[in-house]
Design a protein. Structure first.
Ligand code: ZN
Length: 126
């Protein structure tokens, strides 16, 4: 199995309800997003996943979040805009794009500070 990982970042604000402390106040983060895609085989060019494709897809997914107040983004009206749910949102967007590709999205990690990150993945891999 080959794992290919790219990084992208975005800035956004949020409020987390009922978690206590400063998180309940309006505040922002420079989120760092790492996306890993995994493939069993290489294509004829010797690549598992093209970095450029993965970066473009990630940018498309985070464009809906960048410089936004996340509590107002439709996806987060049903689920709090925590780093956990942000990771799941990005994962779902990318997995949908990868549906017909010979690779799958294996992990999305969202860093909300240099010392705190959340990873999201699903269990089903073929
Ligand atoms: Zn926060």
């Amino acid at each position: 199995m080959y794992d290919v990982t790219i990084k992208r970042s975005f800035s956004a604000a949020h409020v987390l309800e009922e978690v206590g402390g400063g998180c309940e106040e309006l505040h922002g983060h420079n989120f760092l997003v790492e996306v890993t895609a995994s493939a069993r085989d290489l294509n004829p060019q010797g690549l598992a996943v093209d970095f450029r494709v993965l970066k473009r897809w990630t940018e498309e997914a985070i464009a809906a979040l960048d410089h936004k107040y996340l509590n107002d983004v439709e996806y987060f009206k049903a689920s709090s805009p925590s780093s956990e749910n942000i990771a799941r949102y990005i994962y779902e967007q990318l997995q949908d794009k990868a549906r017909n590709e010979p690779f799958s999205i294996s992990l999305v990690t969202v860093w909300e500070s240099e010392s705190s990150r959340v990873g999201y993945r699903t269990d089903h891999h073929d």
